[in-house]
Design a protein around this ligand. Structure first.
Ligand SMILES: Nc1ncnc2c1ncn2[C@@H]1O[C@H](COP(=O)(O)OP(=O)(O)OP(=O)(O)O)[C@@H](O)[C@H]1O
Ligand SMILES: [Mg+2]
Length: 255
């Protein structure tokens, strides 16, 4: 299928050094929280950071950031919002607000192409993508139009989540997508070692296990407040993991 937007997407991403997709098999394991807090942490280091919410049906980044995204300004494309100094942000919520995005598969792939083709990121050190869960249209289409995106896969230590994460990891590997690593979220008892299940999954699919994030009861109250989010125990544990995950040189998107 020829789509003229594909060439435009390569151009729009030509100033982006690294693209980090935060993905998971199961839903609700903490992708959006990792993506938002990770992007905030990188921005606080002075890096030029973009955050793109690609979970069209479950857009959450604006809620985590505590912003009501307005329609983006136009200047030879749509300019990302800047809800926090140093963080450029784009979301479908700019266009549909809190209305439900009742979209079928083809429309999801189309929305992905459209967002990537219209958003003018400029020069970025890292573009963080908050992905929907699973292996659906957005994930499949992203691999086609932005094969340089590298994935950080989030799971919990639950056997249920690990079984589904294993399928995503196999899919990513079989489709030639780079997985930077696996992270276990909501670990109990404050331990820093990942559970046995996550460790053996990482070893089995030969991806680095980048670390463990504690279950943090203070996180919920910090939703909507970027300053508080980065002061949580969750954030302190995420910092070294995100540093490592975002520090891979990524070739520019395919033309
Ligand atoms: N380490 C943690 N400690 C406590 N609560 C957490 C932690 N990580 C995530 N949560 C909470 O779990 C819920 C799900 O998190 P989040 O929305 O980030 O997951 P998700 O993987 O993006 O979900 P979806 O698949 O629906 O997009 C949220 O209420 C979030 O605040
Ligand atoms: Mg999410």
């Amino acid at each position: 299928m020829i789509d003229p937007r594909d060439a435009g997407i390569a151009l729009r991403l030509s100033g982006v050094r690294r693209i980090l997709a935060v993905s998971s098999g199961k839903g609700g394991v903490g992708k959006s929280t990792c993506a938002v807090v990770g992007a905030l942490l990188l921005a606080r280091q002075g890096l030029a950071v973009g955050l793109l919410d690609l979970d069209f049906q479950g857009a959450s980044c604006h809620t985590l950031l505590g912003c009501r995204p307005g329609f983006p300004a136009e200047d030879r494309g749509l300019l990302p919002l800047e809800p926090v100094p140093g963080l450029r942000f784009a979301t479908i919520a700019s266009f549909i607000g809190e209305r439900p995005a009742a979209m079928r598969g083809a429309a999801l792939a189309d929305a992905l192409r459209e967002m990537l083709a219209v958003t003018r990121w400029g020069r970025l050190d890292v573009l963080v993508l908050d992905m929907p869960p699973g292996i659906h249209d957005t994930t499949l289409e992203l691999a086609r139009v932005v094969p340089s995106a590298r994935h950080l896969v989030v799971t919990t230590g639950s056997r249920l989540a690990i079984a589904v994460a294993a399928r995503l990891l196999h899919h990513l590997r079989d489709s030639g997508t780079t997985v930077i690593g696996l992270v276990e979220n909501m670990a109990r008892a404050g331990g820093t070692d990942a559970g046995e299940g996550t460790a053996s999954l990482a070893a089995g699919v030969r991806v680095p296990l980048l670390g463990t994030l504690p279950f943090d009861p203070s996180l919920d109250a910090a939703i909507g407040d970027p300053c508080r989010l980065v002061q949580t125990d969750f954030s302190r544990s995420l910092a070294p993991i995100f540093d490592r995950a975002s520090n891979h040189d990524t070739p520019i998107a395919r033309g």
